[in-house]
Design a binder for this molecule. Structure first.
Ligand code: ADP
Ligand code: MG
Length: 390
């Protein structure tokens, strides 16, 4: 069928034609955002899940919900190049300027800008190249201690008070949360802790890989109390079917049952793969209905594309011993496998391989579905490993 009208959307953060299986979580997010704006207790939350399950898509949805609710929002992606403590300056600068432009002078908003200026003054000592220009004097003694956790809290409080004075809220979306430095993560938690105590309308909604919860001590216990960590996983069979069939139906195209079943079985409801299979199946089919034969042809192309980008990019980040371990797992099939069986393939003991296994778990490549077992976190990875060049 015509690729130009293909509704499917494989890609990082690309909005799917049908956002399946996420109604409950989005409703919870909506409630939290509304409560936060009204000064009622609401926990910030962080979507946790593997690559390709739809976390970035969810964050974008939450941003749209927040804007519908009248919040001022910004979307940040944490990268190794720029600490959050710096990117947040741009976010709050534009937010405060927007609040400042609203009707009537607000002392709280002016103060917010002055506090931002002193925050920038303190950050500049630590990092070079921080640019900031707003025509106000700094608020001496607030957010300028040079201790990030304290200064960020001061800044959040000032921004929250400014938003409250304007009867709105600030919602900051933070993607790739696992890339936060420990210092930034801790400072963020302390800042949110202060905001919560004062019930100010500022909220952080994050998304990241499961390895993000590596905090210790006070920061850890705060983070557990302050944040919900909803698990974002693959779609169940009903929702996977909906994700696949609804976009076709929208264009008056049907799927044969056998075609749907095959795709669900192969993709295991993994959102990224559903889009990829749907996309290729559409292009391979001559017309409605899309048949099992079409899907068979589509699968070859889908797998080829995954090999080139999705699988390959994860594979290349691994060390040689990690690759060897995964190859041994793959040799045994899709899994889960007993760690002892994997060790046998490699002629080693399970405890000798412990450190490699732990590193793979931290990387999000494998997980332990029950004691003494290891499994791939992404469907079809075993097949990829068997194809990949050593
Ligand atoms: N609920 C969903 N239903 C159907 N497809 C989805 C859903 N969520 C995400 N997708 C698709 O999955 C792919 C990956 O989404 P993305 O948000 O980038 O995942 P992540 O951020 O978790 O790596 C995209 O192609 C997107 O369109
Ligand atoms: Mg993402």
């Amino acid at each position: 069928m015509d690729p130009q009208t293909n509704p499917y959307a494989p890609g990082a953060g690309t909005p799917p034609p049908e956002l399946a299986g996420r109604d409950v979580i989005l409703n919870e997010a909506r409630t939290a955002i509304q409560r936060n704006r009204l000064g009622k207790a609401a926990r910030s939350f962080i979507f946790v899940g593997l690559r390709g399950v739809g976390k970035t898509v969810l964050l974008n949805e939450v941003q749209a919900i927040a804007e519908e609710d009248g919040a001022l929002t910004d979307f940040l992606e944490v990268s190794a190049n720029e600490p959050l403590s710096i990117s947040i300056i741009g976010t709050l600068r534009s937010t405060l300027l927007k609040l400042d432009r609203a009707k009537g002078v607000s002392e709280k908003v002016k103060k917010g800008l002055r506090v931002l200026k002193s925050y920038v003054g303190a950050i500049k000592i630590k990092y070079e190249n921080v640019e900031f220009s707003v025509d106000v004097d700094a608020e001496t003694g607030i957010a300028d201690s040079g201790k990030l956790s304290r200064d960020l809290a001061d800044l959040f409080i000032a921004a929250g008070e400014a938003a409250k004075a304007r009867e709105t809220s600030i919602v900051i979306l933070v993607d790739e949360f696992q890339n936060l430095s420990d210092e930034d993560f801790e400072a963020l938690i302390m800042a949110i802790h202060r905001i919560d105590q004062k019930q100010l309308p500022l909220m952080v909604v994050g998304a990241g890989l499961p390895l993000l919860i590596k905090l210790t001590g006070d920061a850890k216990s705060y983070s557990e109390r302050l944040f919900d960590y909803p698990d974002i996983g693959p779609l169940d069979a009903t929702e996977a079917r909906r994700a696949l069939v609804a976009p076709a139906n929208e264009a008056a195209v049907e799927f044969d049952d056998a075609a749907v079943s095959h795709i669900i079985e192969r993709t295991q409801g993994y959102p990224y793969f559903l889009q990829e299979w749907g996309y290729q199946a559409w292009n391979c089919a001559d017309g409605s209905p899309i048949s099992a034969d079409d899907v068979e042809k589509a699968e070859v192309r889908a797998v080829e594309r995954l090999d080139k980008n999705f699988f390959r990019s994860r594979y290349e980040r691994l060390s040689d011993p990690q690759k060897t371990y995964l190859r041994a797992m793959a040799q045994l099939g899709p899994g889960p496998h007993k760690t002892g069986d994997i060790a046998d393939v490699l002629g080693k003991t399970s405890s000798q391989l412990g450190p490699t296994r732990d590193a793979l778990i931290t990387n999000g490549m494998i997980y332990s579905p029950k004691y003494g077992y290891a499994a791939f976190t992404v469907p079809l990875f075993d097949e990829f490993m068997r194809r990949a060049e050593p």
